[in-house]
Ligand binder design. Sequence first.
Ligand code: MN
Length: 250
Amino acid sequence: MKILVSNDDGYQAYGIRCLAAAMSELGEVVVIAPDRNRSGASNSLTLEVPIRVEQVDDRLYYVNGTPTDCVHIGITGLLDFEPDMVVSGINNGANLGDDTLYSGTVAAAMEGRFLGLPAVAFSLVGHQPSHFETAAELARQLIARLVDDPLPRDSILSVNVPDLPLDEIKGWQATRLGFRHRSEPVVRMNDPRGRPVYWVGPAGEGQDAGPGTDFHAVANGFVSVTPLKIDLTHHTQVRELETWLGPGGP
Ligand code: MN
């Protein structure tokens, strides 16, 4: 089995090194990851400037692009083989609820959705989480299980691991995404020349965070596993919208 490993925290992040080590127990690993922290890059592709790839060794490449660039390039031409799956992470911080829309970690996994095995994103919950070894061991277990007993090949799983020692993890839970309260206001500051600059504020706390959600699982010591789909259509609103638009032409 050939596993492409990526992330959004950059190729030097501790989380991706732990993940690559865990995956190398299961198959042949190649890491293609951004040259720096690209958290929040979502599914963006770099289209207006060329993308450079630096090869560190035969298993490690870094790219001056986004997580999606990394995986896209990897499976469409950089590698001389097609990986069986993409595994992304281990992200330094949660990807719960609305985070999923902004996450480069999840996006890297999504970009591998056409491969032979499900794509999986791993995130370690917490502000400055420390139990990356816990998440790496759980990643190893989950991917081993996927190989033995595969889910449909277009599956995308977003896994969030509580920041706990392995023996304090209560188990696995299949979850749905909750959602957050509105985020904190943008932080306005002045640069040294008196011009305003802005920092995007922290994400809001969980609002829809009850039983069954990803928020609830990790808050209670469980590993949250959420199956994601790409289709953003709000299917139940299509009919209503059709009525609202009405039959008339312009
Ligand atoms: Mn990140």
